[in-house]
Design a protein around this ligand. Structure first.
Ligand SMILES: Nc1ncnc2c1ncn2[C@@H]1O[C@H](COP(=O)(O)OP(=O)(O)OP(=O)(O)O)[C@@H](O)[C@H]1O
Ligand SMILES: [Zn+2]
Length: 459
């Protein structure tokens, strides 16, 4: 019996040593993986990418299923290994794009993003996991991509693409993919690609729709040829305002990967002069023939006025990030803070709280006893909604002393739409709504959740 115990103890010791050795090996592997994806905070000159002269047996096995395609073949695979691709934005489009390019064996991937991973990114930015929250998106994406294919050289840039760094960066890559989410960055990437002579595989996705085009490719148009003037900033919707079904950027990012792979392998893209429009609701793709390259284009035309990168935020009238789009439409007197509103609420002073978000957002969360009239209904002067507003105001009037009118406080998600609503209500005539004092609650429900009630949901 004692002998048996001794034997078991020895076995246990052996296993423990084995586990310790494995743990050690794992730690070393983690360390070397982390080292192989060192984060770049500025643009550095890269060594020229040589690619492979021939495929190894391991390459043949790894890429065997695509090597079998006559459209790709060995030469196509070797071409991929010689190609570098810069991905601008490691979000909903950039993640699937980077994943498929790495899996397919592209030689070098530049992964650029200034932002960090947030919980609300995870439904669509599929290279990032829960444990990556707070980490630079570029690093998180690069680590995931390296796990998938360690033979691909990955260069994560934790910085914002700007007129100061764009040319130096883009000149070092063969193909550029625009996976960003704002108009100034789109013009910046376009101009830098035209000035450096690089094809630009560009896509976008919002709500249930996506679009894709390849610009500046084989004599085709550039982004400016088609959109010489930026849209007014207030007409641009982003994912955090309009929402997006995660799989839609997933499909469009994969589509970008397809076009990049076709260009890189030598097959060429057929999207140089057409716009692909994807409608997820109807499960339909539509192809629209685009107008050709314009002789009058400011950057790629015959007499270009844009010969170096300019100030794109000034040109577009909006910031090159979608984080802080704060409108400032009202005077100080027309606005109150969330703290002011909390005091009004606590004092039980009669008032009307008007929530101007779309119904779908009110269903997610709302403050008690608010009246919901979406901004669009106010803009369209929807009769039944104005009637509702009149009724609520007159009910409240009974609680007021003398002939006083109850004040109306307007709230939305971030305090932009509520300002527009205040302007609309102030312009309304007495026959539409009674004369009332209308004020905006600065920063909306986001400010409420951050400054007053930490348990209130943020989205
Ligand atoms: N000029 C830029 N330089 C670097 N990265 C950029 C630039 N402009 C946009 N991006 C990045 O492009 C990505 C766009 O992806 P996406 O719209 O899916 O993400 P998001 O901005 O995190 O989303 P949400 O709007 O839900 O917060 C973002 O990660 C953003 O940080
Ligand atoms: Zn052009």
């Amino acid at each position: 019996m004692a002998q048996e115990v001794c034997g078991l103890k020895a076995q246990l010791r052996e296993k423990e040593e084995e586990i310790a050795a494995l743990k050690n090996k794992l730690a070393q592997l983690e360390k070397s993986r982390a080292a192989s994806v060192e984060l770049h905070h500025r643009v550095m000159p890269l060594t020229p990418l040589t690619g492979k002269a021939a495929l190894s047996n391991e390459d043949i096995m790894r890429y065997s299923r695509q090597l079998l395609l006559p459209e790709l073949g060995v030469q196509g695979q070797l071409n991929l290994s010689k190609t570098s691709v810069l991905i601008v934005g490691c979000g909903g489009l950039g993640c699937p794009l980077a994943q498929y390019l790495a899996a397919a064996g592209v030689g070098r991937l530049g992964l650029l993003d200034y932002d960090e991973v947030e919980l609300s990114n995870l439904h669509r930015q599929v290279l990032h996991g829960e444990e990556n929250q707070g980490q630079a998106k570029a690093l998180s994406a690069a680590s995931a991509v390296q796990r998938l294919n360690s033979t691909v050289e990955c260069i994560p840039y934790h910085l914002q693409l700007s007129p100061e760094n764009a040319l130096q960066l883009i000149q070092q890559y063969d193909i550029v993919a625009d996976c960003s989410d704002n108009v100034p960055t789109r013009y910046l990437v376009n101009d830098a690609c035209v000035l450096s002579g690089k094809p630009l595989v560009s896509a976008s996705a919002l709500r249930m729709e996506g679009q894709l085009t390849v610009y500046n490719y084989h004599g085709g148009p550039c982004y400016r040829c088609l959109y010489p003037v930026p849209p007014p900033p207030e007409t641009v919707t982003n994912c955090s305002d309009g929402g997006v079904l995660g799989v839609v950027p997933g499909i469009m990012g994969c589509f970008q990967a397809l076009e990049v792979l076709k260009i890189a392998s030598g097959q060429g893209s057929s999207c140089g002069q057409q716009l692909v429009m994807f409608d997820a609701q109807d499960a339909r793709f539509r192809l629209i023939r685009l107008r050709p390259k314009q002789a009058s284009c400011a950057v790629c035309g015959e007499n270009p006025s844009v010969t170096r990168l300019v100030d794109y935020e000034a040109f577009c009238g909006s910031a090159a990030t979608d984080k802080c789009r704060k409108l400032n439409l009202l005077s100080k007197e027309q606005r109150i803070t969330v703290q002011d509103y909390k005091s009004i609420m606590d004092s039980a002073e009669p008032h009307l709280l008007l929530d101007v978000r779309p119904l779908v957002e009110v269903d997610i969360c709302h403050l008690p006893s608010s009246l919901n009239i979406p901004l669009s209904s106010l803009e369209e002067r929807k009769r039944e909604h104005l009637q509702l507003l009149r009724e609520r105001v007159s009910q409240l009037k009974h609680q007021m002393a003398g002939d006083c009118q109850p004040p109306v406080y307007v709230i939305c998600k971030q305090g932009n739409d509520s300002q527009k609503a205040v302007q609309i209500l102030e312009k309304m005539s007495g026959s539409e709504v009674d004369r009332v004092t209308v004020k905006d609650i600065c920063g909306g429900l986001t400010a409420w959740a951050r400054g007053i009630d930490r348990t209130f949901p943020q989205y």
